[in-house]
Design a protein around this ligand. Structure first.
Ligand code: SAH
Length: 260
């Protein structure tokens, strides 16, 4: 299998030390399944100060990344056959699991990380896609880039110990994953559901499916609101019953926030 190449243009290459520190990704690096090439934007900066940013035209707060260093860094990267360039920006399309799956068959992903107040608008022309990792603003594109490298790498064949663990997980279909338990059978008076120790694989499968639907309705009904799933008899029942589950809190106080 060909090696998957990530080429990242960043002002903070050190931030990427984190990726070689986490089981699955370290294994992928060791097994030569991925290569992460960091392109230090500073090296492409201008003048003796290696300037990469400047004040915004028209005034206003903060500094903006200049176009020339990013274009130079971009042009220095050898483009492979199946390559895609992603620009990290909170104004982009919000990242979904299906994007990671779609990109996982490429040879190369080039990621451009912004910093400060953002980047010169002309940098957008380099990107095939603009990606946000959520509706919040971070100080740089490094954490979004690491999220993409991490999420994509674990989809590559040979990366995960057990490839089956990719099949059921949340966001693969429009459903969240069912609850998991491991030993001990009873912990602080909380008991593992009997069905999971029944040995009846058909019933376990159907229980898990049911829990997936319930859990998705409780927490993320937006994921399935338009899906055929609602039409299946099993799901209809679950929807009826779900009003009682709706009261279950996800424990992040999400429903205490005001609507902005
Ligand atoms: N002023 C800009 C935000 C700048 S944040 C605006 O309002 O759009 C600085 C950089 O961090 C961005 O250029 C981007 O590369 C990165 N960044 C911040 N939040 C992000 C998010 N949610 N998703 C992806 N990249 C993000």
């Amino acid at each position: 299998m060909d090696i998957f190449n990530f080429d990242v243009i960043t002002l903070f290459p050190k931030a990427f030390e984190l990726i070689n520190n986490s089981g699955v990704i370290t294994r992928a690096l060791d097994k030569n399944l991925i290569d992460v090439n960091l392109h230090d934007l500073r090296e492409y900066g201008e003048g003796s100060y290696r300037q990469v940013d400047d004040k915004p035209y028209g005034g206003g707060a903060g500094m903006v990344l200049k176009p020339e260093p990013i274009y130079k860094a971009y042009e220095s990267i050898k483009k492979l056959n199946k390559s895609r360039t992603l620009l990290m920006t909170p104004q982009g399309k919000v990242l979904k699991q299906k994007d990671l799956v779609r990109w996982s068959t490429l040879d190369q992903i080039i990621i451009i990380c912004g910093q400060y107040e953002g980047f010169d608008e002309r940098i957008r022309f380099l990107a095939d896609e603009e990606i946000s990792i959520g509706d919040y603003v971070l100080s740089g594109g490094e954490i979004p880039a690491i999220s993409i490298i991490n999420g994509l790498t674990r989809l590559l064949p040979g990366t995960l110990g057990d490839p089956d663990s990719l099949l059921d997980e949340s966001h693969n279909s429009s459903l969240l994953e069912y609850p998991h338990y491991t030993r001990p059978l009873i912990f602080k008076d909380m008991k593992v559901p009997d069905i999971l120790v029944s040995g009846n694989h058909e019933e376990i499968k159907s229980w898990r499916r049911q829990k997936s639907v319930e859990r998705t309705l409780e927490r993320r009904s937006d994921l399935i609101s338009n899906e055929d799933l609602k039409k299946s008899p099993q799901s209809k029942n679950t929807i009826k019953e779900s009003s009682q589950f709706m009261k279950v809190r996800i424990k992040n106080e999400q429903d205490n926030y005001p609507d902005w």
